[in-house]
Design a protein around this ligand. Structure first.
Ligand code: ZN
Length: 217
């Protein structure tokens, strides 16, 4: 149930999901303090709480919870988003773009985040499609070439084009209504980029690992 701004909220009822810098994944934080407010639990939208990661081995995090939108808005200390912490099947240059997209996202720089995701998609295409002169083409042509070469389904081609569109809104000033990239847009673009990366790099890698094990290698 949605919380209204001027109602107190128990920490137990809060959606304390955040990206843990220790185990590099989205976790459900366990609150170890009550919510603290600057002026009072009724008038303030922002609650300050110390959380621990449910994996127990990670450090504590200090989070700011947005009561109105029912989400954690800030996590301290910031994660460094080290490219080395992304899946080893992903080429290093792409990991660097993904890490930078995540850094932007966590600094509320949503245009920067979608632009970096678009960049990761472009690198992915250039890594896979080996047609002479492809690097000089526009990204929409490159994505179509990835589809034509059989790497992605029609659905994923649409996904890649959507990431491209939002990346363009992030990179170029536009009169379009979508000029303002919201946190929800950035989140969705980030998730879809990871879906694409997963299909192209991680799924074949994991499949190969199983195949090797079955063959006793
Ligand atoms: Zn953790």
């Amino acid at each position: 149930m949605a919380n209204r701004l001027y109602e107190p909220v128990n920490v137990e009822d809060m959606n304390l999901s955040y990206y843990c810098r220790g185990c590099h994944q989205q976790v459900r934080g366990v609150p170890i303090t009550d919510a603290k407010y600057r002026n009072g639990s009724i008038s303030e939208n922002e609650a300050w709480i110390i959380c621990k990661c449910p994996t127990h081995l990670c450090e504590l995090s200090f989070v700011i919870y947005d009561k109105l939108n029912e989400r954690i808005r800030r996590v301290y200390p910031f994660s460094t988003f080290d490219p080395a912490s992304y899946h080893e099947a992903i080429p290093e240059k792409i990991r660097e773009d993904l890490a930078e997209a995540d850094r932007c996202y966590h600094a509320d720089a949503y245009k920067g985040a979608v632009t970096m995701n678009r960049r990761a998609v472009q690198r992915l295409v250039l890594d896979k499609v080996k047609i002479p002169g492809i690097e000089k083409k526009k990204l929409w042509e490159q994505i179509d070439a990835l589809f034509d070469a059989g790497f992605i389904t029609k659905q994923l081609k649409d996904t890649a084009h959507e990431i491209r569109h939002f990346g363009n809104f992030g990179a170029h000033p536009s009169d379009d209504l979508l000029d303002n990239t919201s946190v929800e847009d950035a989140e969705r673009v980030d998730r879809l980029t990871m879906d694409l990366i997963r299909i192209i790099y991680i799924v074949p890698y994991e499949t190969d690992q199983l195949k090797k094990k079955r063959n006793g290698q």
